[in-house]
Design a protein around this ligand. Structure first.
Ligand code: ATP
Ligand code: INS
Length: 346
């Protein structure tokens, strides 16, 4: 951890994180028409949340020479590999794709991230957020060695890709080379679609499992209990990256010293903001300021992250409903700002 001395009496403890996963390019296709193209990859959605909440991290991400985005955390450029590219197919008739919200095809995959790509330092926390199979078992093992607690997005571990057209399919965690590492993982995030491939009952014995469920919010499972965390209303434009932003908000909340239940609320909040925009969302600065003010009030930096893996009783915090009401009011204010702006600039 980094100690930043501000004044003689005031020392701010800044937790250092490591985020591992490739950036990518996403092409959104609805009913056979390209409706959007954007920067993607869980690392880019997570860094968007972290940067906006001033959570310092080191990022390890690979791209090819074709990478066309300007990002705040520079990726490793691989001269002989293309940037990871996904085509996401949506349809106006969800039944036609078996009730999935999308069909994903990996068109190109950039080089994997190996243990030697990771820095030779120790970190307070780490996030394994691969999207296209770039995190190898030995890479996750190295992360577990150098990070005090590791958050894993299950999509990094259980995706396989059709050898002909790149369609993303899922396999059981048990069948992967990652299964033996499960007892060392601190937090595991899975979507409702991915959860059956994890065996949540098994996983919750050793780690905290967060299962996201779109407009229904998320559910958290630990050995000593489970709880439902309510969502925030949103008008969904593009679901891409909602789970990544949820993870960013959740981890940021924990790092800032929130209880698990309140950190998950913050995660739901950032998930709901993400579905309202195409690609990596731009957050309103007034809204962010409100969130930061509330985090400072609830959990000043000096307390940071002691609760990440403590043995506290697993239940909603005493301030949970109050925090939920605060975030709901903040979201409503945002709609008011937008309505006023629309009136000024129709
Ligand atoms: N329509 C919605 N309305 C409100 N909140 C939403 C909506 N969709 C998603 N969210 C929020 O975002 C979180 C993550 O969504 P979801 O479960 O769809 O993730 P995901 O499938 O992993 O997404 P991705 O893989 O694209 O990152 C939800 O738990 C919820 O908090
Ligand atoms: O940008 C998106 C996003 O990161 C999603 O979470 C992931 O499922 C997709 O593969 C990726 O293309």
């Amino acid at each position: 951890m980094v100690k930043q001395v501000l004044e003689e009496s005031e020392t701010v403890v800044v937790r250092r994180g490591l985020v591992v996963g490739n950036y990518c390019h996403d092409v959104l296709i609805r009913d056979d028409r390209v409706v959007g193209e954007s920067l993607g990859g869980a690392a880019s959605f997570v860094s968007n949340v972290f940067d906006n909440l001033s959570i310092p991290c080191h990022y390890v991400s690979k791209v090819g020479p074709d990478f066309a985005y300007s990002v705040s955390h520079h990726p490793i450029s691989c001269p002989s590999s293309m940037t990871t590219l996904f085509h996401a197919y949506f349809t106006s008739d969800p039944d036609s794709i078996g009730n999935h919200d999308r069909v994903l095809k990996r068109i190109h995959a950039c080089d994997p991230i190996t243990p030697s790509d990771l820095p030779e330092s120790q970190f307070d926390f780490g996030l394994a957020v691969g999207v296209a199979g770039e995190i190898l078992p030995e890479t996750l093992e190295r992360m577990l060695d150098i990070c005090r607690v590791v958050f894993v997005d299950i999509q990094a571990l259980i995706r396989v890709f059709d050898p002909v057209d790149g369609t993303v399919k899922l396999v059981g965690l048990r069948e992967t080379g990652f299964f033996h590492l499960l007892p060392r993982i601190g937090f595991l995030k899975a979507s409702a679609e991915e959860a059956p491939f994890v065996d949540v009952e098994q996983a919750r014995k050793s780690c905290c499992v967060v299962v996201t469920d779109g407009k229904n919010g998320c559910r958290i499972f630990r050995e000593d209990g489970e709880m439902q965390i309510l969502p925030f209303p949103a008008v969904q434009v593009d679901p891409t990256g909602a789970g990544d932003s949820l993870l960013g908000g959740f981890v940021a909340g924990l790092i800032r010293g929130l209880a698990v239940s309140d950190a998950a609320l913050l995660g739901n909040f950032f998930g709901s903001l993400t579905v309202a925009q195409i690609g990596v969302p731009k957050f309103d600065s007034r809204l962010l300021q409100r969130i930061k003010d509330e985090l400072d009030r609830k959990a000043p930096w000096t307390d940071g992250c002691e609760r990440i893996d403590d043995g506290a009783e697993f239940k909603k915090s005493a301030e949970h409903e109050e925090f939920q009401a605060y975030l709901t009011r903040a979201a409503k204010l945002l709609s008011t700002y937008h309505a006023q702006e629309d009136q000024l600039d129709p």
